[in-house]
Ligand binder design. Structure first.
Ligand code: NAP
Length: 302
């Protein structure tokens, strides 16, 4: 049996449009409704047939939903929840896909105290945004971390888990605060580092911008992919997951200082040992199927 008969997605960007495509592909009888704050996005969504109905207001999108998934930037979650409160059926389950969880759980619970709230975070994405950037296979073989509150109804958790499994994700259940700590180091800190390196390089005075671009294959290029990620999304992530990011940033700064010392004092063993350890981590990621084994990220070399 299908976990839900009528699903509403609010926010039709990369993640929202990918979810609609994936549900349509794997559970074609589910009735899909979508809404986005942007008239242009709604127009595109209608043109490419993302859902059975695209509504002009958030309220109209949820009136007969069994499940509503908020796919808007983290900073917009609370406002959308308040917006749909009066139109939401009493038993509709609310979920979201935000990249940090503790603050969103608190905001959704405050705005919608009577509905079951089962937040989720698919650990999948690209550096592109918008309804045309999505694709149905985005979540296949990727983790979806579900962070229910301690008193969540187990049946509601099971139904949301089942939806993600049906579209190909591997599901893990985790406490929201723990999720935020783990993701601070695996996702938020790497983005912050990429934004810094690309910013630093573009500010250099004694190396020209054209040289930075021309010789980017030396490693810089791979940071630019991450640093091209959506500015609204990432601004909200850092402001929402502030504590965990600052804690990881502190540890990172200490480790960077240790590396600085090793270089200054010609401590080759320290450098070699660290680089050996980090190489093994890359191998584990590939062994667990979380990245492609092709060298240089599978880029074609003539
Ligand atoms: P996106 O492509 O920028 O899409 C977000 C959409 O939400 C945009 O069309 C935006 O419209 C719309 N929106 C903004 N405020 C709204 C509101 N109040 N009501 C209705 N629609 C609204 O972003 P995304 O990458 O799909 O990210 C969506 C969520 O997924 C974020 O919470 C993010 O943290 C999470 N997430 C992202 C990734 C990733 O890699 N991208 C991965 C996992 C989770 P405008 O463009 O007009 O503002």
């Amino acid at each position: 049996m299908l976990p839900f008969a009528r699903v509403t997605i609010i926010g039709l960007g990369l993640i929202g449009s990918s979810l609609l495509r994936a549900i349509r592909a794997e559970m074609p009888t589910v009735i899909l409704t979508g809404h986005d704050a942007s008239a242009e996005v709604r127009e595109t969504a209608r043109r490419i047939g993302l859902a059975d109905d695209i509504t002009d207001t958030a309220g109209a999108a949820v009136t007969d939903a069994d499940l509503v998934i908020l796919c808007v930037p983290v900073g917009a979650m609370a406002a959308v929840a308040t917006d749909i409160a009066d139109d939401l059926p009493a038993d509709a389950i609310i979920s979201d896909v935000g990249s940090c969880k503790a603050e969103i759980l608190a905001a959704l619970t405050a705005a919608l105290p009577n509905n079951p709230i089962i937040p989720a975070h698919p650990v999948a994405g690209t550096e592109n945004s918008g309804p045309e950037a999505g694709f149905a296979s985005l979540f296949k073989g990727r983790w979806c971390i579900i962070t229910p509150p301690a008193d969540a109804n187990p049946v509601a958790v099971e139904r949301v888990s089942e939806l993600w499994k049906r579209i190909g994700a591997d599901v893990e259940i985790m406490d929201a605060a723990h999720h935020d700590l783990v993701l601070a180091v695996t996702s938020h800190l790497p983005h912050l580092i990429a934004y810094t390196i690309v910013g630093t390089a573009s500010d250099l005075e004694n190396v020209t911008r054209s040289e930075v671009i021309k010789y980017s294959a030396g490693g810089f290029r791979d940071f630019t992919r991450i640093a091209a990620s959506d500015p609204t999304m990432w601004r909200d992530v850092f402001l929402s997951n502030k504590e965990a990011v600052l804690e990881m940033l502190q540890r990172f700064s200490e480790d960077l200082s240790a590396l600085q010392r090793a270089i200054r004092w010609n401590d080759g063993d320290a450098l070699f040992n660290l680089f050996t350890r980090t190489r093994a981590i890359r191998r584990s990621i590939i062994e667990e199927g979380q990245d492609d084994p092709a060298p240089d990220f599978g880029r074609a070399h003539s």
